[in-house]
Design a protein around this ligand. Structure first.
Ligand code: NOJ
Length: 551
């Protein structure tokens, strides 16, 4: 049975590539597009339908490409436009679409618009950015802080005004109030759509519509007008997959983005489940103990809120987050078991799953011991602030090792050989020493690998309508170690159970889940029948399919 309204991206799984760290074809230590092309067969084998490519555009790389200096050129370290066109064609030949990263809250300070804008207040492009006069004392117009630490305003001495940057000072915010700027962006989007891309991931889309004079930097009053205008002017009548990043999204807000009558986006990336594990005051830099009940309640709230309208994105990791198995599982003794468990727990939820490069191998965080090993601008800026506040360096490094962005950015581990087979040169950031054991070559040779579990889950999504459309039902919501839920259609039900702990746990199975079925996937002995009680091994997880009306 296929639901009539199924969109192609509801049965597909997306794979995120961080180009700098994926595969280097020319030995300069930086991943590139020809490198990605050389790995397409690997991705086809995994079964993914879409690649989300983190930015590959021309950029001074202050924030590894999230600072774009030319939206219509490829950064030379990543390749050429011809390489990019070849990537689209080669991916398409394998049934894979390419999602570009649309970074339009800000540009690089080297973008020609900003270069011109700062020449004089009369520049044609001045109003493409957000400028304000200094405060009475000559300081910044407001005390707004940037996400990367320090004031969100920098003085441009030549023209005597401050410009806004919610990220680094080299990432000036664009002024979406300006209709000419908006039209230029839509035109640029169409230029890429015409090249055959499958859609866009939209960087911090919740920040584009700001009203700084009223202290509004996120979710401004015109946000949805702009997105609707963007849709009308570009992807609206196409089959494009669009996913907006919003750290402020609530389930109710997500319906505004992805509700079927809204004509905005396919879905949003929401981060409530990520932030639920952060320290109240110190955020991600002060890890706090993992809380499964909290995690489940956030995931369930989103599942229920978007049950009939809108669509969820499902992910544990990305290039800004720690490695999933290190954060939510056990990257030591139970690495393989817990990496599979996390995949099973996530992929049966309703929504489109995103796999971050290396997650399918169970890649782990990297244990850096010195600040000189870190590369990420956010980590380096925050370190300066912590140091200036007199906080001990060892504490900062512990926080960065637990939650810093470089964890996700160490090179993809292809082989047990030198530099994990990522490059023949010196990588821009160190490879994780555990590549000798954790690598793609080993995974492909092992039919019980984490990779094999991901492959199975990705294939099941294409086969089972109940995995795509089934109603979500949460069970055992207060259980501190076990996640349990069902997906239900009139003719089929999937029951999922996952032990998030290193303990053997005995659970009472809720009546709705009891009965006989077939084992879909698991990380232990196949489970087909659920009785009143079940003993789960450490990190054991499985899914059972029950076909209604069948015995
Ligand atoms: C969100 C991106 O995911 C992150 O990597 C980047 O630093 C900021 N947006 C700024 O573009």
């Amino acid at each position: 049975m296929t639901e009539p309204s199924t969109r192609w991206w509801q049965t597909a799984t997306v794979y995120q590539i961080y180009p700098r760290s994926f595969a280097d074809s020319n030995g300069d230590g930086i991943g590139d597009i020809p490198g990605i092309i050389s790995k397409l067969d690997y991705l086809a084998r995994l079964g993914i339908g879409v690649i989300w490519l983190s930015p590959v555009f021309a950029s001074p790389m202050d924030d590894n490409g999230y600072d774009i200096s030319d939206y219509q050129a490829i950064a030379p370290e990543f390749g050429t436009l011809a390489d990019f066109d070849r990537l689209i064609a080669e991916a398409r030949a394998r049934g894979i679409g390419i999602l570009l990263d649309l970074v339009v809250n800000h540009t690089s300070d080297e973008h020609r618009w900003f270069v011109d804008a700062r020449v004089s207040r009369a520049s044609r492009y001045r109003d493409y950015y957000v400028w304000r006069d200094p405060a009475a004392d000559g300081g910044p117009p407001t005390d707004l802080q940037s996400t990367f630490g320090g004031p969100a305003w920098t003085l441009d001495p030549a023209t005597g005004q401050y410009y806004l940057h919610q990220f680094s000072r080299r990432q000036p915010d664009l002024n979406w109030e300006n209709p000419e700027l908006r039209a230029a962006i839509y035109q640029m989007m169409n230029w890429w759509l015409d090249r055959g891309i499958a859609g866009f991931r939209m960087d911090v889309i919740n920040l584009i519509a700001k009203d700084v004079d009223r202290g509004i930097t996120a979710d401004g009053p015109k946000l949805h007008d702009y997105i609707q205008e963007m849709s009308r002017a570009s992807f609206g009548n196409s089959e494009a997959l669009t996913v907006g990043e919003s750290w402020t999204a609530t389930p109710e807000g997500a319906l505004l983005y992805s509700g079927r009558d809204r004509h905005e986006l396919s879905m949003v990336f929401q981060f409530e489940h990520v932030m639920a594990q952060w320290h109240e005051t110190w955020g991600k830099w002060q890890p706090k103990p993992f809380d499964l009940v909290r995690l489940k309640s956030v995931l369930s709230r989103w599942q229920y809120a978007l049950a009939d309208d809108g669509w969820n994105s499902l992910f544990w990791g990305n290039h800004d987050l720690p490695r999933a198995v290190s954060k939510y599982g056990d990257d030591g003794r139970y690495r393989v078991q817990s990496a599979k468990m996390l995949a099973i727990a996530l992929h049966f939820l309703k929504g489109t799953p995103y796999v971050y490069q290396g997650e399918e191998l169970g890649m782990t965080n990297v244990p850096f011991t010195a600040m000189s090993q870190f590369r990420d601008i956010e980590t380096l800026n925050m370190h300066r602030l912590h140091r200036d506040a007199g906080l001990p360096e060892a504490d900062f490094i512990a926080g960065a090792n637990a939650n810093g962005r470089d964890n996700a950015r160490t090179p993809m581990q292809w082989t047990a050989g030198p530099e994990a087979g990522f490059t023949t040169g010196t990588p821009w950031i160190e490879v994780n020493p555990n590549h000798v054991a954790i690598n793609a070559e080993a995974a492909l040779a092992d039919e019980n690998s984490v990779f094999a579990t991901y492959r199975k889950l990705i294939a099941l999504r294409r086969q089972l309508p109940v995995m795509v459309h089934g109603r979500y039902e949460a069970h055992l919501e207060d259980h501190q170690q076990v996640m349990a839920y069902s997906r239900v259609l009139p003719d089929a039900r999937i029951n999922v159970i996952a032990n998030f702990s290193a303990n053997t746990v005995t659970v009472t199975i809720p009546p709705a889940m009891r009965g006989a079925g077939t084992a879909l996937v698991g990380n232990g002995a196949p489970v087909t029948t659920l009785g009143e009680e079940l003993q789960l091994a450490p990190y054991q997880a499985f899914a059972v399919l029950v076909v209604m009306g069948a015995d």
